[in-house]
Design a protein around this ligand. Structure first.
Ligand code: PMP
Length: 409
């Protein structure tokens, strides 16, 4: 795989040149939000300058252009993740809303007391809290597939939990805390064998590796635009067409209906049935531009670059002696992020000292509080990498860490 021309890529991100107190920013918070290349900003600005208008096929030229662009963005996403077509691509606000859509539309209507919702101990709050709430309202039980000491799912436990009582299996594709790449195809197969629906949270996968939803075989797959060089305000829910056809919408209003009388209403075609009101049009244009941009580089190369940087970071941190790193060792089942703690230094203090060096990392529970409870720490520091990161930036982080150690020892 041909390595990336990182210097050329960085030129497309003016934000990476920003300085604070004379030091250039080192942006290692990509699992939270990635930066946006000029191509995406330009596409969105072009939309606002040239064809901003409401969609839903208005009669006038501008609305026609906006409608076509908005509809075609669905096709582009479908093509990118190898879905069958735009009917299977619903635009939401983010991964969290995609999860909530399934929970409200399917979960609240279909779950019954005694049904089992199978999650993993490494779920993000986006699915964990959502299914907890739906289970409370429906009387279903939530069970969690154990994470073993290496930060991998205990698949024997998964096979125990996913039996004929299982109604939902929802798992994160790549953990935003451990970096673990989970065997999502296997989980989807297990769910199908036992008549359960499968949902995969791909927020940390789609931005960083080739993802083929047809190959994975899950019923639903969710991700966010802002973690894949795209804009905030748009997320995606992929769902199998026959399931989406059967599901009731949970948000109602204009744009999603076929026929409305004073007494009742019927719903429009997919995906519009799940997209009421004025949708994120400029954001859809931006997301399409981001996909073009990512594919131009190549998802294989992006994955290889991030894994290489993450491996380097892992090795540098592991060599420090007083650093505890969470998740599997570098290898095929580890993605491009590293969460860790330094002995005797609170994660927030560490992140704050790193910020003094203009190194941007995240400290906290990364929306995986129960997992941190299990790890026995209140928080961790996370460095997460993208196409534009370099080994030198990892070195800057490790240097800042030495400073923190000196201050706190
Ligand atoms: N799932 C995972 C694995 C994530 O990393 C994130 C973002 N931290 C989310 C869900 C939620 O994404 P969003 O905030 O865009 O809804």
């Amino acid at each position: 795989i041909e390595p990336l021309d990182v210097a050329a890529i960085r030129d497309e991100f003016p934000i990476l040149e920003r300085e604070f107190d004379g030091q250039q920013v080192v942006y290692l918070d990509n699992a939270a939000t990635t930066q946006t290349p000029d191509a995406v900003v330009d596409a969105m600005s072009d939309y606002y300058r040239r064809y901003n208008s409401n969609v839903h096929r208005g009669i006038h030229h501008l609305s026609q252009e906006a409608s076509i662009a908005y509809e075609e963005a669905h096709d582009r996403v479908a093509d990118f993740i190898n879905a069958d077509g735009r009917e299977e691509i619903i635009f939401t606000k983010n991964t969290t809303e995609s999860e909530n859509l399934i929970a409200y539309s399917w979960g609240l209507n279909e779950l019954e007391p005694g049904d089992r919702v199978v999650l993993t101990e490494m779920e993000h709050h986006a699915s964990l809290v959502t299914w907890q709430q739906v289970a409370k309202q429906t009387g279903a039980d939530v069970e969690y597939i154990r994470v073993d000491d290496d930060g991998r799912l205990d698949m024997d436990h998964a096979r125990e939990l996913i039996d004929d009582d299982a109604a939902i299996v929802s798992a994160v594709h790549v953990s935003n805390t451990l970096g673990t790449v989970n065997p999502v195809s296997e989980l989807a197969d297990l769910a199908r064998e036992h008549g359960a629906l499968s949902i995969i949270d791909g927020a940390q996968a789609v931005p960083n590796r080739p993802v083929d939803v047809s190959e994975i075989g899950a019923d639903f797959y969710a991700f966010s635009g802002h973690k894949m060089a795209g804009p905030t305000g748009i997320g995606v829910l992929y769902g199998k067409q026959e399931l989406l056809e059967e599901m009731e919408p949970y948000l109602y209003g204009g744009g999603m209906i076929r026929k409305v009388t004073f007494d009742e209403s019927t719903w429009g075609d997919l995906p519009w049935k799940f997209e009421p009101g004025t949708p994120p049009i400029a954001e859809a244009v931006g997301l399409e531009a981001a996909i073009d941009w990512l594919e131009e580089i190549g998802m294989d190369r992006i994955q290889a670059h991030e894994e290489e940087i993450a491996r380097y970071a892992y090795e540098q941190l592991a060599a420090e002696g007083d650093v505890e790193i969470y998740g599997p060792e570098p290898g095929p089942d580890r993605g491009g992020l590293v969460s860790f703690n330094v002995d005797g230094v609170h994660a927030h203090d560490l992140a704050s000292i790193m910020n003094d060096h203009t190194v941007a990392v995240r400290a906290g529970d990364h929306c995986t509080q129960p997992l941190h409870d299990k790890l026995g720490v209140p928080a961790s520091t996370r460095a997460s990498f993208y196409v534009y990161n370099t080994r030198e930036e990892v070195d800057a982080m490790v240097e800042a860490l030495d400073d923190a150690r000196q201050l706190f020892s």
